[in-house]
Design a protein around this ligand. Structure first.
Ligand SMILES: [Zn+2]
Length: 118
């Protein structure tokens, strides 16, 4: 017999310590967990039944040490990558500049050295 008793769905969150409910008149009534189920009297005279506490979402879990370390290394890697790209760009610029200078030197005004006289 297969009996599925997998009913362990814990609510995600914690009940709020304080809550507020809006009266029909627009006034907000604040109450605590101990006052749930009671009827609060609004200033307008209405009795407002206090519902059970709303569930507050759990705060995001703090990052573990490993995660922080991983992030640190990733950031450092990005820094290095940016530096490498910058260096590469500089090298390319220098190379292009040198080529341009070399081709510029090749003008008819410059005579070649090593001519044998006579
Ligand atoms: Zn009211």
């Amino acid at each position: 017999m297969a009996s599925s008793r997998a009913k362990t769905s814990a609510p995600k969150g914690v009940p709020a310590k304080m809550a507020s409910i809006k009266c029909k008149c627009g006034e907000y009534l604040h109450y605590t967990a101990e006052q749930v189920g009671f009827v609060a009297k609004c200033r307008c005279g209405r009795g407002v039944q206090l519902p059970s506490m709303p569930m507050e979402p759990l705060p995001p879990a703090p990052k573990s040490h490993a995660e922080l370390e991983d992030e640190y290394y990733r950031k450092r890697n990005i820094k290095w990558q940016i530096a490498a790209v910058g260096l590469f760009f500089l090298l390319v610029c220098a190379g292009v500049g040198m080529v341009a200078m070399k081709s510029g030197k090749h003008s008819p005004g410059v005579s070649e050295v090593g001519g044998d006289p006579g």
